[in-house]
Design a protein around this ligand. Structure first.
Ligand code: HEC
Ligand code: HEC
Ligand code: HEC
Ligand code: HEC
Ligand code: HEC
Length: 484
């Protein structure tokens, strides 16, 4: 028992698999000296015990243990990996990179991640009049989730408590606010201001957000996901879906992530966290949902269009891809098994799988690491080119709308084109805000981008039908250069 003192609570796949015994038997047959043999058998025996033993319980965990360091006393290897999410490492299109800054009283962070507003200039036009046009950065590890939300400049507009759900360990807070009823606590948290709500959480995303403290089984702790997935299942014809009792273990290896890595909005005056999945999980299903609800996130400052903001639909996009189709879960790639002594544990250093290709991909794909990275980057490179073209088309529509508005077109005359802006913007945002740069479902991403370009160009045509002089839409060389 040297390499690991903390066997897994679940029987490791290793312990049961007969294949583990075979190499040692082969050694026996080839006639190794007796002394060596005995030593080996003892070693094998010990290692197998290690794989099977329940974990060493040092502390007792319950529903109010939100400090991951406490859980770490029982599971030190998991805790070590979990803490590695502070690492910031770039990949070609993903990962993250530390950018130094001067700490201020309002924002004590010494470094953040790169600003996406600098790297993708069209975004400021797309979000004109909305807080995202002020501060939008690359995602980084779970270790930063709480502080990045506390200190983003998007807080300057006064955010609701609802924000906290995906950025901090709120399970204990909801449990206590609801006197043991997490759903009741959820309702209370939503209605608070962010400044009130943040006092009900102490840690960033932690063990208790994904695990039952008694059994260590995966479980859904976020009411918004339980409701959202039930609505999506109902749309597929499966009524009364209860995720915590009906999901398979393999599904849970995706669903725990889908509690947060999804499109969402704040419904009504109570700012209730809601996933817009009543019609299904595709971009047009959500657009239809928002249209039916008459919902807008903001009014576009340049054009007056009623806009929608899409955010990180990793789960929804994944459902449309090749890997989901073959049953490959988020955890398979982002938390692959790794070996610690004789046990296999799930790597709790959640990060870009392209930094961990050996464990994340090569278990299934028997090709070289270089080839796998090259293949992923080829998909992502084509994708980014298409995103850029799509954003240019949207900026063209925004320019035309603005020109028509300045030339005196009425709201009625602008309505059709404004709707096309809403649609084009939501679709390209849906793809851009999805953090895999097309990898999770490249063909679906391309399809959505094509729909977005079509909407932008349709909007421009609608404006040409309202009878303004054609010069209205002619740009000076300077203006054209600025958008190219
Ligand atoms: C087949 C493997 C695979 C599966 C399954 C998968 N991903 Fe990914 N994911 C990737 C790859 C590859 C990237 C691109 C990473 C990069 O560009 O560095 C990525 C990127 C991401 C990113 C951005 C990471 C970064 O470093 O920029 C997030 C967040 C993410 N995935 C979440 C999810 C979620 C949530 C699920 C499940 C709903 C999921 N992924 C399923 C392979 C996978
Ligand atoms: C449904 C879950 C969820 C909710 C609710 C949520 N976030 Fe996030 N947030 C995420 C995820 C997942 C990421 C990482 C992926 C990304 O950056 O796109 C993220 C990233 C961020 C980031 C870092 C990247 C960036 O955008 O600059 C900030 C800051 C942030 N959120 C602020 C907020 C604020 C403010 C609110 C409330 C208005 C909020 N979040 C509500 C899930 C959520
Ligand atoms: C409680 C909400 C929550 C849960 C659950 C969650 N995430 Fe995240 N995740 C976030 C937020 C928020 C961020 C962004 C943090 C930041 O930028 O400060 C993030 C960041 C990430 C990143 C890093 C992206 C980068 O560019 O480095 C990856 C990868 C990721 N999550 C994958 C997953 C996977 C896989 C799961 C499930 C095993 C999961 N997350 C579960 C909220 C969550
Ligand atoms: C974002 C979700 C998430 C968080 C946070 C999380 N885990 Fe896990 N954990 C998982 C997933 C997914 C698995 C794989 C479970 C399965 O396959 O049934 C897992 C598995 C485990 C296992 C079972 C053995 C193994 O390695 O597969 C242990 C023990 C464990 N986690 C401990 C912890 C501890 C301790 C923390 C906090 C320091 C933690 N986890 C935080 C998602 C999470
Ligand atoms: C659990 C198994 C599994 C894991 C892990 C896995 N894949 Fe796959 N991958 C598949 C399967 C199955 C297919 C579908 C092709 C097939 O059926 O032969 C696939 C397809 C692909 C494709 C072609 C997809 C397309 O739409 O063109 C690429 C590229 C790919 N995988 C890359 C990766 C990378 C990179 C990783 C690691 C981040 C990874 N895979 C992890 C099983 C896996």
């Amino acid at each position: 028992m040297t390499e690991s003192e903390t066997p897994t609570p679940q029987p490791s796949p290793d312990a049961a698999a007969p294949s583990r015994g075979f190499p040692w038997i082969a050694v026996v047959v080839s006639g190794v000296a007796c002394f060596g043999l005995a030593a080996l058998l003892v070693n094998v025996f010990e290692r197998k015990q290690e794989g099977r033993n329940p974990f060493v319980q040092v502390v007792e965990l319950d529903v109010t243990t939100d400090d991951p360091a406490e859980w770490g006393k029982n599971f030190p290897d998991h805790f070590d990996d979990y803490r590695k999410s502070v690492d910031m490492t770039r990949t070609k299109w993903g990962g993250s990179e530390a950018v130094l800054r001067d700490p201020t009283e309002n924002d004590p962070r010494e470094f953040t991640s790169r600003s996406k507003l600098d790297s993708i200039p069209q975004l400021k036009r797309m979000w004109a009049g909305y807080a995202f046009a002020v501060d939008f950065r690359e995602a980084r590890g779970h270790a930063y989730a709480f502080e990045d939300q506390l200190f983003t400049k998007r807080q300057d507009v006064g955010q609701p408590g609802t924000c906290l759900h995906c950025h901090a360990s709120v399970y204990k807070g909801m449990y206590e606010l609801g006197d043991g009823d997490v759903h009741a606590g959820f309702e209370k948290l939503n209605e608070m201001t962010y400044d009130e709500a943040k006092l009900h959480a102490e840690h960033t995303i932690a063990c208790i957000d994904c695990h039952d403290p008694k059994s260590m089984a995966l479980r859904i702790t976020r009411p918004a996901f339980a409701e959202g997935i039930a609505a999506a299942k109902a749309a597929e014809g499966i009524p009364d879906y209860d995720v915590n009792t009906m999901a398979t273990r393999q599904e849970m290896r995706t669903y725990v992530c889908a509690q947060c890595h999804v499109e969402y909005y704040f419904k009504g005056d109570k700012k209730r966290l809601t996933f817009p999945w009543n019609n299904g999980l595709k971009a047009e299903d959500m657009l239809a949902y928002f249209d039916e609800a008459g919902f807008k996130d903001w009014t576009h400052a340049e054009t007056g269009a009623p806009m929608l903001k899409a955010q990180h639909p990793e789960y929804e996009m994944w459902t449309q891809g090749t890997h989901a189709r073959r049953g490959v879960s988020c955890a398979d790639c982002h938390m692959p098994y790794k070996r610690v002594g004789a046990t296999k544990i799930s790597d709790h250093h959640v990060r870009s799988p392209l930094l961990n290709v050996n464990n994340a991909c090569q278990t299934c794909h028997k090709v070289s690491e270089n080839e796998l990275v090259a293949h992923a980057e080829a998909i992502q490179g084509r994708h980014q080119k298409l995103v850029d073209e799509t954003l240019d088309a949207l900026v063209d529509l925004i320019d035309d709308l603005k020109a028509a508005k300045e030339a005196g077109a009425t709201d009625e005359q602008l309505e059709a084109a404004r709707y096309q802006q809403r649609k084009a913007s939501f679709f390209v945002d849906f793809v851009e805000a999805e953090n895999s740069s097309g990898f999770h479902a490249s063909q679906e991403a391309a399809r959505i981008l094509a729909e977005s370009i079509d909407a932008s160009r349709t909007g421009q045509l609608k404006l040409r039908e309202i009878g303004l002089p054609i010069e209205t839409f002619q740009r000076t060389d300077e203006a054209t250069a600025a958008t190219e």
